[in-house]
Design a protein around this ligand. Structure first.
Ligand code: 3PG
Length: 243
């Protein structure tokens, strides 16, 4: 599923330096592939908006108990970085990344807080190139072949497809994937327990992002038991679909 091109190694250095850089780059590439492979292996990536930092831990606990050891914490609130730090400090086995990342400054804050991957709603070349230069796994959003081409040009093999339902859903993913052999997508936006089977049933879909099990009103009402229940249902659904 993963290919060498995900990470490019090209350094014009003296022989020794070049060899060392190649080995380092290869290790980094493997690490990045492992992070993304682990993330996509969950099938579903919960997209979380945390307004109060005290909700971060009970939320992480609910996800963990429900069987989903990952989360994309969006940089839409002031406490996003703190929430990521709390979650990763308390649950080091959890794969926590940052979503809605719109600037290189946010990439730095997310990474310092412990984020293991970066997700953006759109394809911002500056943010993508910055992540690539720092060996940070990045999933930029695309909705058109022109944007997908930017990712392909950089050797990316997985792109977020956003906003999935509004931008044409699975038919659009299949049409976009046709010319780009090997490219797969993480559709996000409008995905729920009903349409998950359709998306995850496609070999062009690596995983789906969504907020249906971690809705803002549930978090704000402190309904972490319900979040755990919905998470468990999502995990069961993924198992059923993927076998
Ligand atoms: C978002 O932008 O909030 C994500 O794409 C999640 O979308 P959803 O709430 O439709 O799942």
């Amino acid at each position: 599923m993963w290919t060498e091109e995900y990470w490019h190694i090209s350094e014009n250095s003296p022989e020794d330096d070049g060899r060392r850089l190649c080995i380092t780059a290869k290790k980094e590439k493997t690490r990045i592939m492992n992070v993304l492979e682990e993330l996509l292996g969950f099938g579903v990536v919960p997209v979380v908006v945390i307004k109060r930092k005290e909700d971060a831990l009970p939320l992480a606990e609910a996800l963990m108990k429900g069987g989903l050891k990952c989360a994309e914490v969006t940089f839409r609130t002031d406490c996003a970085a703190e929430a990521i730090k709390e979650m990763t400090d308390s649950f080091p086995e959890m794969l926590v990344g940052a979503g809605t990342v719109l600037s290189t400054e946010q990439v730095d804050r997310a990474f310092e807080a412990g984020a293991k991957f970066i997700v953006s709603p759109g394809f911002d070349p500056e943010v993508v190139d910055y992540c690539l230069s720092k060996d940070i796994p990045v999933l930029p959003g695309v909705a058109t072949p022109t944007e997908a081409a930017q990712g392909v040009k950089r050797g990316l093999k997985i792109l977020k497809f956003f906003p999935a339902e509004q931008a044409g859903g699975l038919p659009m993913i299949k049409a976009m994937a046709a010319p780009y052999v090997g490219l797969r997508f993480m559709p996000t936006g409008g995905i729920n327990a009903k349409n998950l089977p359709e998306y995850l049933g496609s070999d062009k879909v690596a995983a789906c992002g969504g907020s249906w099990m971690v809705k803002g009103d549930l978090i704000e009402a402190g309904e972490f038991g319900r979040i755990e229940e919905l998470t468990r249902e999502a995990v069961e659904l993924v198992k059923k679909i993927r076998g």
